[in-house]
Design a protein around this ligand. Structure first.
Ligand code: CTP
Ligand code: MG
Length: 234
């Protein structure tokens, strides 16, 4: 897969219900930019990324276009409609990639502070692997519970990791995983690499993420976002 072209797909079609800020959270402004701009800019800046596709709900398309019109981004090559779930939005983004044999990175617009190191490591790992996950070491011990809220499984914390994005794939692998997922009656798809693993399509390599690569999910996460931008000068 060496030197194949790289597409970044930015998923920005969620409603942000847990953040509940009155509008979709990707349009939340931290200092001088919206979350979706931070996310796009990370891939715009990266010299190994060739093209960016943004997935957005139709009702917000105009708003996004208005924001992009004020920027100098040159890599945004497509804006496509999102779906009802993250999985559907991800499928729409992948289907919008116009060429074969490329590397695809899928990233949450709600993760504004992804580093160039993570993007580079993911792209580089795709020279060797066809699916690459970003994850950080869990700090809390992870347990599993059943529907009755009884502990049903324990885990060894040292091996537990929490999943982030970007997640990288060869285009053909993610397409195959998504096709299989469409037929899956027990689909729980919050993690694209998880599909590749679940259907045994290929090995999935894990790149170390960063705690700063937070997904803005709950109101208190905005405090951290302001800290990153203002105190750390992101
Ligand atoms: N996403 C998407 N299409 C959807 C749902 C989610 O593109 N139908 C995107 C979100 O915009 C976000 C990413 O997937 O960038 C991660 O999802 P999440 O954090 O769950 O965002 P929301 O779904 O917007 O938030 P919530 O679940 O609280 O409503
Ligand atoms: Mg969601």
């Amino acid at each position: 897969m060496k030197s194949s072209r790289v597409y970044a797909i930015i998923l920005a079609s969620g409603k942000g219900e847990r953040l509940n800020c009155g509008f979709p959270k990707q349009f939340l402004t931290i200092k001088d930019k919206t979350l979706v701009e931070y996310a796009i800019e990370a891939f715009e800046k990266n010299k190994n990324v060739d093209s960016i596709i943004v997935v957005i709900e139709p009702a917000s398309r105009e708003k996004l276009c208005g924001i992009l019109a004020k920027t100098h981004y040159t890599k945004v090559s497509g804006i496509v409609d999102g779906g009802k779930t993250r999985f559907e939005s991800s499928v729409n983004g992948v289907n919008a990639v116009p060429e074969k044999g490329v590397k695809v990175l899928i990233h949450d617009a709600a993760r504004p502070f992804v580093s160039q190191r993570i993007i580079d490591d993911t792209i580089q790992a795709l020279d060797k692997y066809q699916a690459v996950e970003t994850a950080i070491r869990a700090t809390d011990t992870i347990i599993e519970r059943n529907d009755e809220f009884m502990l049903s499984a324990t885990t060894v914390r040292a091996r537990m990791m929490q999943v982030q994005t970007p997640q990288g794939f060869s285009l053909e692998v993610i397409k195959m995983a998504q096709e299989m997922a469409k037929k899956d009656k027990n689909l729980e798809a919050t993690d694209d690499c998880g599909l590749v693993f679940k259907y045994g399509i290929c090995d999935v390599f894990v790149v170390e993420g960063e705690r700063q690569n937070i997904k803005i999910t709950y109101p208190e996460d905005i405090l951290f976002a302001n800290y990153v931008v203002n105190a750390l000068n992101f």
